[in-house]
Ligand binder design. Structure first.
Ligand code: ARG
Length: 581
């Protein structure tokens, strides 16, 4: 349990000793530090419950607080606000506990199993900016939930099942008509065949095929037919499809690796569709499947809908299985394999209607227990300066690789460390570039759009990834220079040091709220706040050169705590810290 939560429980006991009971304590940090570091606002509510004068209640509580030497500067303001501060001894004690084990400042949650669906890259298509957001936000939410004690299973949920693959195979057929995959009479072993196609070829082929299909109805129709063929495991087409998935998956894995994003499970939509027949049977048995213009759908609208919720598409009129059904099948698969308490989907906010349909259908079909929480964690878009989703200069979709390169070039320019080699500089600018991009992406509330401003993201000053890395590395090198391994805080003497302590006490609340709202902006802001107040302290005080030995160890220990908290939070944000920069 965190020290802050412990403190709240003890304050509740103090209220009880004064004769009052509360469910949750109204404790806040005060913005008038001179009046007291904390404000306890329960007297007003208690006045209503106990029908007494709030100032009298406050006075009784104060009398109890005064018996406890952990609290100082106790006073009553206004109608019954109680201000108080923490004694130095108590502050040192909790800081030392955090230094011993950072988890003394974190509240673990009840154990829960969660499947988190993020990533969503599409086989044979280059990853784009939207995939960055899903991967980045999803990975961080996963790390946060793990830190707080959940059992979390991340699933990449690759898009490997839809028409894009049909288009790619159609184009391969045009370019290589003689491949044995297209020969009905081929009797050999497909696994021994070599496909003369690389991932770069695939990334070229998809846009080409997609453009052709826009202009040529026959081309599109054949791509549709091919989609049905590989979905139905038809000989040749199915094997070629598998080969394409294999080639593309290897490249996708590398990209996620560069992003410091890793999945427990690498399922694709196709793996989920192994459950489709079972799913269809369940839905049919429940009488949910309706024929509509040749398609099979599930009606999910209700009478009190405020907007139109169209039916969920199970099988399209042309026989292909739809994107809707892949997500519904996935729920069945996840239920069978993990029996999760919750399933979270970190997917572009523009897909909210799709998830509304899927969740409603899942409830109608009773695919999971009522208690199981299905949640779409939507996010906004990364926009260009024109306010529209960020594009390449000629208006095309910005690939993730190009975006990363853009940022790396910017961070490269700003690394001016004389003592590193060119090669090191290249390596470091990649790590710093990734931090710049990831931090900028996590800083706004996830639901809002934000503007890609590379100069700002890469800046060494301000709310940026590079600023946090630079500061954190400096803390570490300070500790190294001082040969600091361990110590205790027994003496501190400035306002700024107290500020650091009080900021540290806020950590469990920040983590708790972040998990509840599943957004990382508060953690990103907190990192900046803690780092800035530490840097203020660093500028104001001697640390290594401090002559008073007690003060020196105390300040180094404070540095060590901030360093550890920064490392933990950067890790939650999926941001790596280089050795130097
Ligand atoms: N592959 C999809 C896309 O690129 C995203 C998949 C999102 N996840 C899901 N369970 N539907 O748009």
């Amino acid at each position: 349990m965190s020290i802050y939560t412990e403190l709240k429980q003890e304050l509740k006991q103090i209220l009880k000793n004064a004769g009052y009971e509360v469910e949750t304590l109204a404790l806040e940090t005060s913005n008038r530090r001179d009046l007291g570091e904390y404000q306890l606002n329960d007297a007003m509510q208690l006045a209503r419950t106990y029908k007494q004068n709030p100032r009298e209640i406050a006075a009784k509580i104060v009398a109890e607080l005064e018996k406890d030497d952990r609290f100082t500067n106790i006073n009553i303001a206004g109608p019954g606000f109680i201000n108080f501060s923490l004694s130095n001894e108590y502050t040192y004690k909790f800081l030392n506990e955090i230094n011993k084990d950072i988890f003394n400042n974190i509240d673990k949650k009840e154990k829960k199993t969660v499947v988190i669906d993020y990533g969503g890259a599409n086989v044979s298509k280059a990853l784009h900016v939207g995939h960055l957001r899903s991967a980045n936000i999803g990975e961080s939410i996963k790390r946060l939930a793990k830190t707080l004690g959940y059992n979390v299973i991340g699933d990449a949920h690759l898009g490997d099942y839809g028409r894009p693959l049909g288009l790619v195979i159609k184009e391969i057929k045009e370019e290589y008509p003689d491949l044995p995959y297209f020969d009905e009479n081929y009797t050999g072993d497909y696994s021994e065949l070599d496909l003369p196609i690389t991932n770069e070829d695939l990334e070229r082929i998809y846009p080409l095929a997609s453009n052709k299909a826009k202009e040529d109805e026959d081309y599109l129709e054949e791509a549709r037919i091919i989609t049905n063929k590989f979905q139905d495991h038809e000989k040749g087409y199915y094997e070629l499809w598998k080969k394409i998935v294999e080639i593309s998956k290897e490249d996708i894995k590398k990209t996620y690796d560069n992003l410091n994003v890793s999945f427990e499970i690498w399922n694709g939509e196709s793996d989920e569709m192994e459950y489709f027949d079972d799913l269809l049977k369940i839905c049919e048995d429940k009488g949910l499947i309706v024929e509509s213009e040749g398609a099979k759908v599930i009606n999910v609208a209700t009478d009190d809908d405020k907007y139109t919720v169209p039916p969920l598409m199970m099988i399209k009129s042309n026989g292909s299985k739809s994107y809707d059904s892949t997500d519904l099948a996935a729920i069945l698969e996840r239920k069978e394999n993990f029996n999760p308490d919750e399933i979270w989907y970190v997917v572009d906010g523009r897909q909210s209607l799709h998830f509304e349909q899927v969740f409603r259908a899942a409830r109608l079909a009773n695919l999971v227990d009522e208690k199981v929480n299905l949640e779409h964690i939507g996010f906004g878009t990364m926009n260009g300066k024109d306010g529209k989703p960020f594009k390449t200069r000629d208006g095309g979709v910005m690939s993730l690789k190009n975006l990363i390169e853009l940022v790396n070039n910017e961070t490269y320019k700003r690394i001016v460390n004389e003592s590193i080699t060119e090669e090191e500089k290249q390596e470091i600018s990649k790590i710093v570039g990734m931090a710049a991009l990831k931090y900028a992406d996590l800083l706004p509330f996830r639901g809002t759009d934000y503007i890609f401003e590379v100069e700002k993201f890469a800046d060494l000053e301000g709310k940026t990834g590079p600023y946090l890395l630079y500061s954190t590395i400096r803390m570490k090198s300070l500790l190294n220079k001082a040969n600091y391994t361990d110590g205790t805080i027994t003496k501190l003497n400035s306002e700024t040091e107290k500020d650091i302590a009080l900021t540290l006490l806020e950590l469990p609340n920040v983590l708790d709220r972040s998990l509840n709202t599943k957004t990382l902006n508060e953690i990103a802001e907190y990192l900046y706040k803690l780092t800035s107040v530490y840097n203020k302290f660093y500028a104001e005080n001697h640390i290594i050169t401090e002559e008073n030995a007690e003060l020196k160890v105390s300040r180094l220990t404070l540095t060590s705590i901030v360093y550890k908290v920064n490392m933990l939070l950067l890790d939650i944000l999926g941001i790596e810290v280089p050795e130097k920069m």
